[in-house]
Design a protein. Structure first.
Length: 301
């Protein structure tokens, strides 16, 4: 599932699973290469390969990509024959609860689960991999639609992560005032001096090629209305139903492979959208995060 972690058989590479597409029967898993072992890296002998998030960075990653005709897009993959170890964030929480993680990181996790409980909760990232260091983040994973909404509205303890705002502005080449709209302290912040990210994962698997889609061309400055509170916006990729039209017809959905827009879509309202028009069998969608056209979502004011 999304946010699971995979080591290859030689333990040379660490992959993070992306999306809930169940592709194992096809011999591969959608996963991005994040760390490679070189014996000198900050992460206990591993170095970070994917230094910044975003599709524009991911497409440059030195790993295998596979084209999926039914989605008309290429995805990063690891073949199942290469998988040596598969870890889930539930394993990460178990490590923390058993005292197998450094005290500072453990205290942050325990402070949060004391508020929200451990049901449907996991710990991912470098804690799960066992490669964390003194300045590592805490990546908390929340599973399921109802649980995700509960935690989203409960959690108010995180302080503002100003570095995220600056880094996102620089990485995506967006003005700071727009990034301030995208920043969500319920998703990313600081607790006791440690950076914390809250990630939400659907517990349903997606069937690959359940629908046939074809991408057409970029569309710019499309006005769409997003109903607030759609929990699917919190998952990856963010997927929300919308209302609005372009010359080619009605737009039914936005799908964003850029996680920075997730909270904005969840909060809903009138949006100005740049993306790629994708036509499926029974609907039209605008895709954010196409490898050739990055796209953008702005609040309409």
């Amino acid at each position: 599932m999304d946010k699971d972690l995979i080591f290859d058989k030689e333990r040379e590479n660490i992959f993070h699973v992306i999306t809930n597409y169940d592709t194992r029967n096809f011999g591969f898993v959608f996963a991005m290469l994040k760390y490679k072992r070189d014996g000198k890296g900050l992460w206990r002998g591993y170095n970070r390969v994917l230094k910044n998030y975003g599709v524009h960075n991911l497409v440059k990653n030195p790993q295998n990509f596979m084209y999926q005709p039914c989605l008309d897009a290429s995805f990063p993959v690891i073949y199942t024959s290469q998988i040596g170890l598969h870890l889930t964030p539930e394993d990460g929480l178990d490590k923390v609860m058993k005292g197998k993680v450094d005290e500072d990181l453990t205290n942050v996790v325990l402070s949060i689960v004391d508020k929200i409980g451990t049901k449907g909760v996991g710990v991912g990232g470098s804690i799960l991999a066992g490669t964390y260091h003194s300045k590592s983040d805490v990546d908390l994973i929340i599973y399921g639609k109802d649980r995700s909404l509960d935690v989203y509205y409960q959690l108010n303890e995180l302080g503002t992560d100003s570095e995220w705002i600056e880094e996102t502005s620089r990485n995506y080449e967006l003005p700071v005032d727009q990034v301030l709209y995208l920043y969500d302290r319920k998703r990313r912040g600081i607790l006791n001096g440690v950076k914390v990210s809250i990630n939400f994962v659907d517990i349903s698997s997606y069937k690959l090629c359940n629908e046939l889609c074809e991408s057409f061309y970029p569309v710019n400055d499309v006005s769409l209305y997003v109903e607030e509170g759609q929990v699917e916006a919190l998952f990856y990729p963010a997927r929300v139903k919308v209302s609005g039209n372009i010359e080619e017809g009605k737009i039914d959905e936005i799908i964003s492979y850029e996680g920075i827009y997730s909270s904005l879509l969840f909060k809903g309202g009138k949006m100005r959208v740049d993306g790629v028009l994708m036509k499926c069998e029974n609907k039209n969608m605008v895709i954010i995060g196409d490898r050739k056209f990055r796209g953008n979502i702005r609040r309409f004011v």
